[in-house]
Design a protein around this ligand. Structure first.
Ligand code: PAN
Ligand code: ZN
Length: 195
C-alpha cells in the first residue's frame, strides 16, 4: 500500500480552465445520432465540425478510494431546436455517484436510471447537483450566448459507459420552444422491457 502525496491544482474560474492540464475536446461529430434533427446535424457538419465542449480532467488511478475531478466548458448553440449537450453516460461501475458544481452559465442536467426513472436539474452558478449512484447524466447548455461551466468529482474507478445512451439517447430531450427551454419526450427512447 503506497501512501499518496497530497497535491493542489488551480482552477481558473475566470478563464475557465485548470492550470497545467490539456483539455479533451469534443466536437459535434462525436454526437452523431444523438440530436433528433438529423438533417440539421448534417447541415452544421457540412460547414465544419464545431467544438461542443472541453473537459479538463485531473484523472487519478482507477482504484478504490481515489477521486477524479475536473472542469467542463460546454459552449452554447443548437442543432435544430435542441441545445448543445454532452454525450452523457452511465458510470461503468453503476453504483457510483458524482457531484457537479456549476460555476457559470445556465444549463440543465438530464438524468435517468436503467429502469427509466428520469429527473432534470437546473444548473445555475452556485448550484451543486448530486447525481446518485445508478443515474446516467448529460449536461445541456440552455443559454443563447454563454458557456456553461461546471466542476465535478467522482470515484476514479467509476469508468464511463456511453453505449446505452449512444443507442437510444435519454428519455427526455431539452429543446427551445418559443425561446425557452422545454423538456420533451425523446421519440427514439424505449422502455427497458421493449428494447
Ligand atoms: C463528467 C463528464 C464531462 C463530459 O466529467 O464526463 O462533463 O461529458 P461526457 O463524458 O458525457 O462526454 C462526468 O460526468 N464524469 O463522470
Ligand atoms: Zn459521470
Amino acid at each position: 500500500m503506497t501512501t499518496q502525496q497530497p497535491f493542489t491544482f488551480f482552477l481558473n474560474q475566470f478563464e475557465a480552465r485548470i492550470e497545467g492540464v490539456e483539455p479533451l475536446v469534443r466536437r459535434l461529430s462525436s454526437l452523431r445520432g444523438q440530436f433528433l434533427d438529423q438533417s440539421a446535424f448534417d447541415a452544421i457538419l457540412a460547414q465544419g465540425d464545431p467544438m461542443l465542449y472541453k473537459v479538463y480532467a485531473v484523472d487519478r488511478p482507477g482504484v478504490d478510494g481515489e477521486l477524479s475531478s475536473g472542469l467542463t466548458i460546454l459552449h452554447p448553440g443548437k442543432v435544430g431546436d435542441e441545445y448543445f449537450m454532452t454525450k452523457g453516460h452511465f458510470h461503468a461501475v453503476l453504483e457510483t455517484g458524482e457531484v457537479y458544481y456549476c460555476l457559470g452559465g445556465r444549463g440543465m442536467m438530464v438524468m435517468e436510471t436503467p429502469e427509466g426513472d428520469w429527473h432534470v436539474a437546473e444548473m445555475t452558478p452556485g448550484a451543486v447537483v448530486y447525481v446518485p449512484p445508478r443515474w446516467a447524466h448529460r449536461s445541456v447548455n440552455v443559454s443563447i450566448a454563454e458557456d456553461l461551466v461546471f466542476f465535478w468529482v467522482y470515484p476514479a474507478n467509476a469508468g464511463h459507459d456511453y453505449g446505452a445512451i449512444e443507442r437510444q439517447g435519454f428519455r427526455k430531450l431539452i429543446v427551445a420552444q418559443e425561446g425557452a427551454p422545454a423538456i420533451v419526450d425523446n421519440p427514439r427512447w424505449l422502455p427497458p422491457a421493449q428494447r
